[in-house]
Design a protein around this ligand. Structure first.
Ligand code: SF4
Length: 541
């Protein structure tokens, strides 16, 4: 039986995980990864089997919960965008030390060109330094097939596996063939006797495990060479060899519909397949590396080929580092044509004629009313600084609001406000959303309370995770109690409704709390109008 499905890369990975016998998905929403969890949430098998699929408070809690599932012998998937890897890095790196019991796969979706991100870091580096295998599909079918291989591999070698997608892979659609029925879930079972100690990372234990992990790298590499996922295909013209991976493989092959005339090494699994590279480097004097993201393969090749030829410069490596391809940003077929010395194609030029639309807060959004009131108040103070955070409300930086002075990463609003207040800035105001507050803001608020910082934190509470499409927000209905539990005085935790008719009251409350010399919190609560519309439509159905 072969079933066909038309799926996004994210969805193909999700379906593959379900068909591999998944018991739980743990995730925090973030573009371009969100659709993996959403697909699992709405798939009938999830309900039928009772697969766990709630959103987590942040990527670290997601990673740790999944590690618990793996400890219990079942299969777990963790999903996040690339910067989420920073949040869960402690758990992620240490999970290579504990190892996996039930299969554990971490899906990280990178965002080159930063369509919706503050940087374009490359998650493959995390796998590299954690000494963890990394799988990188180059099409939707591979995403479906390889996640199942990743679960098997994770269990066979007691190691979590990172799966890396990039934006265009995650968000483009293709037919995926399903060749077998979904596998059953694993039964509850605990780590075998000879491995159970590795789950306690006391130095005396984990030292032995880290040594074992380092020794296992050769085995991982040999598997990577022989798996059949990494593919070397010879071509008649050996003036150039091409090493490529992920979506970039497609950009290359679009230029060679009858087959590439140059030898090509397609990398879909890491550690990097050095023996396959040798097939190419033995005959090609120039190697072009085409990879989406940062030049990880290119840097490795320079080292590997230096070893092979003792630095005599025999093989020339070209790619992002020497300017053959752009150093940053997404690649496209024209970049690849240019690197191959081919003329740009008119079709790509036309595709790029779409006029980009700058992002803006939706008309009627409560963040608009909040910023209008905040700006009106802050006009009355000289030297006020506003530290923003990650969410729709980051757009408060844009005209007509021009309301924030910083936005760095999840939770940095109030901790930067603390530092600035310590340095003499007043008023020092933090602006954070409800989901970002529970993700990474609560610990900062405890710092503020403990140090009696003179700050005002505005939580713009839209009752959802608005920027990624309206997923549940962990703090909904709990923010006042969280603030009280952390130690913010009840009199200085104020709640307002951001609407034009309330501007006088909003300004009064914000001004009073700025004038209070201690920690104050102003919660501006009105539901995101997009989720409000969806909720209303659902009610009327
Ligand atoms: S999605 Fe919701 S929170 Fe975001 S700008 Fe639109 S209305 Fe505001």
């Amino acid at each position: 039986m072969v079933d066909k499905h038309l799926l996004l890369g994210d969805e193909a990975l999700a379906l593959g995980a379900l068909h591999a016998g998944l018991s739980g998905v743990y995730a925090y929403p973030g573009t371009p990864s969100t659709e993996i969890t959403e697909y699992i949430q709405r798939h009938p098998l999830t309900k039928e089997r009772g697969i766990h699929c709630d959103w987590c408070t942040n990527e670290k809690t997601a990673m740790e919960a999944a590690l618990g599932v793996s400890f219990a012998g079942k299969r777990a998937l963790v999903c996040m965008k690339h910067v989420g890897m920073n949040v869960c890095a402690d758990a992620f790196v240490n999970s290579a030390v504990t190892g996996a019991n039930g299969g554990l796969v971490i899906a990280a979706c990178d965002d080159p060109s930063q369509h919706s991100s503050q940087n374009e870091q490359d998650s493959r580096f995390y796998a590299d330094f954690a000494m963890m295998p990394c799988f990188e599909p180059s099409n939707q079918q591979e995403a479906y097939d390889m996640v199942q291989e990743a679960f098997d591999y994770s269990e066979a070698y007691h190691i979590p596996v990172l799966m890396r997608l990039t934006t265009r892979m995650a968000h483009s659609r293709a037919v995926v063939r399903q060749a077998h029925q979904p596998a059953p879930e694993n039964e509850l079972h605990f780590p075998p006797k000879d491995r159970e100690r590795f789950w306690v990372t006391l130095p005396g234990i984990s030292r032995a495990r880290v040594k074992e992990l380092a020794e296992e790298q050769n085995k991982f590499r040999q598997d990577s060479e022989s798996s059949g996922d990494n593919m070397y295909k010879d071509g008649p013209d050996h003036r150039l060899g091409i090493v490529t991976c992920g979506i970039a493989y497609n950009y290359l092959m679009e230029n060679f519909l009858e087959g590439c005339k140059y030898p090509v090494l397609k990398v879909t699994r890491y550690p990097f397949p050095t023996e396959l590279l040798k097939k190419m480097s033995g005959s090609c004097k120039t190697i072009l590396v085409i990879e989406e993201g940062q030049p990880l393969i290119e840097e490795k090749l320079r080292g590997l080929l230096y070893d092979e030829y003792e630095g005599n410069g025999f093989v020339k490596v070209k790619g992002r580092l020497d300017g053959t391809l752009p150093r940053t940003g997404e690649l496209n077929p024209d970049h690849v044509r240019n690197a191959l010395g081919l003329e740009p194609l008119q079709a790509y030029a036309e595709a790029r004629m779409t006029v980009p639309r700058p992002p803006a807060l939706c008309q009627g959004c409560g963040h608009r009313d909040f910023y209008t009131a905040l700006n009106a108040v802050l006009k009355r103070y000289e030297g006020a600084k506003v530290f923003g955070d990650i969410g729709c409300y980051t757009l408060g930086y844009m005209s007509p609001f021009n309301a924030i002075h910083s936005c760095v990463e999840m939770g940095a609003s109030l901790t930067m406000a603390i530092g600035a207040a310590n340095s003499g800035v007043w008023p020092s105001v933090g602006v954070i959303g409800d989901s970002t507050f529970t993700h990474s803001g609560m610990t900062g608020l405890l710092d503020a309370v403990n140090s009696k910082a003179d700050i005002t934190l505005c939580i713009s509470d839209n009752l959802t995770t608005g920027m990624t499409g309206g997923q549940d927000s962990a703090g909904t209905g709990k923010l006042e109690r969280i603030c009280a539990a952390i130690g913010v005085e009840e009199d200085h935790t104020r709640t307002i409704v951001p609407l034009p008719k309330n501007y006088p009251e909003m300004e009064k409350v914000i001004e009073e709390e700025i004038n209070y010399h201690g920690v104050s919190v102003v919660i501006c609560r009105r539901e995101c109008i997009q989720t409000a519309k969806r909720h209303a439509a659902a009610k009327n159905r």
